[in-house]
Design a protein around this ligand. Structure first.
Ligand SMILES: Nc1ncnc2c1ncn2[C@@H]1O[C@H](COP(=O)(O)OP(=O)(O)O)[C@@H](O)[C@H]1O
Ligand SMILES: [Mg+2]
Length: 317
């Protein structure tokens, strides 16, 4: 592995005493799409702001593309692009003008900025709407323009904080394709997301953090394997859900709203399943559906953080 971004024992405490990062250590290989997951308030945005030199860590060492973020922030800035949790675009300018404006901020001449803007709008498949004011854009298009603007300096590293939150499924696919293309060309991408399927499908490696600490790290498959065993999923008629959870208490059940079913860890696979069915039978509850499957990333997340995966969203700070 060729480490391209390293965070070593990073700490950050805000003035009000909030400890946002508490000895976080992470290594991100060159060219990877790296997913950062954690519940609301876990420290994801704080880490991205430190990596992007917008915030100084209190302790620890952070290097991006070979440069220390505290000692050589300018060198880091030259190599990175950042698209924050909210699209930072000017509504009254067109998409193309927004990108060109960032180009000018990067020190390109007017002509260079215009050329680069044209390359980029083609690149992100927005050439058709590039000359409309951004205020007429959908949320997904605004996100793409924001991401496009972060490409103007040809970054080696791209930080994307919840790039697809609130974006329609078609635009999400477009953004995924763009991220994959960039990674294939060698750009290292660090993204946070509140959609576990996004991390599962897009990220080469995933870190789960909570309370500013690393809980686990690896490929999606490694994380699922580490969670161990299987998962039993049981659906019962809605009016029996509470009794079923009570009946299954010895097996550590939880009600999963996303799946609208009861989920149990099944370390013994089919034996756990049989045990569960016996308990339900004892209380005269007939399941309408039963399944035994490998853990999903949602299961991994829940097991590690004890948070409902739907609380994953980082709220604005
Ligand atoms: N500027 C700030 N001042 C005080 N507390 C902050 C500030 N920014 C973030 N926090 C706190 O730090 C913790 C981590 O926040 P953040 O990094 O935004 O989490 P995430 O992006 O994972 O939701 C939270 O408890 C948050 O309230
Ligand atoms: Mg956040």
């Amino acid at each position: 592995m060729d480490p391209f971004i390293t965070a070593d024992a990073v700490t950050k405490q805000f003035r009000d005493g909030t400890r946002a990062l508490d000895g976080l250590t992470l290594t991100i290989p060159r060219g990877a799409i790296y997913g950062l997951l954690g519940p609301n308030g876990a420290g994801k945005t704080t880490l991205i702001r430190i990596l992007a030199t917008l915030l100084r860590p209190d302790g620890g060492t952070v290097r991006v593309a070979g440069h220390d973020v505290v000692r050589h922030p300018a060198a880091v800035r030259q190599r990175i692009g950042l698209a924050g949790q909210f699209a930072a675009v000017d509504d009254h300018l067109t998409g193309r003008e927004n990108i060109a404006m960032i180009g000018r901020l990067y020190g390109l001449s007017r002509r260079e900025a215009a050329t680069r803007a044209t390359e980029i709008v083609d690149r992100i498949h927005l050439a058709d709407s590039a000359d409309r004011q951004v205020k007429t854009y959908s949320g997904g298009m605004r996100r793409r323009i924001d991401l496009a603007a972060s490409l103007i300096g040809r970054p080696q590293v791209l930080f994307l904080d919840e790039p697809t939150t609130g974006v329609d499924p078609a635009s999400r696919q477009d953004l995924w394709r763009l991220v994959r293309d960039l990674a294939a060309e060698g750009t290292t991408v660090l993204l946070t997301t509140q959609y576990l399927d996004e991390a599962d499908q897009l990220a080469d490696r995933i870190a789960v953090i909570d309370h500013g600490r690393l809980l686990t790290e690896g490929t999606a498959t490694e994380l699922k394997d580490r969670t161990g065993g299987s998962i039993v999923e049981i659906t019962v008629p809605a009016d029996r859900a509470d009794s079923a959870v009570a009946a299954l208490r010895p097996l550590d059940p939880r009600y999963d709203r996303k799946r609208d079913g009861i989920v149990l860890p099944a370390p013994d696979g089919p034996l756990t399943l049989r045990h569960a069915l016996r308990l339900l039978d004892h209380y005269d509850i007939s399941p309408t559906d039963v399944a035994l499957h490998r853990p999903t990333l949602d299961d991994v997340f829940l097991t590690l953080t004890r948070h409902d995966p739907r609380e994953l969203a980082g709220r604005p700070v």
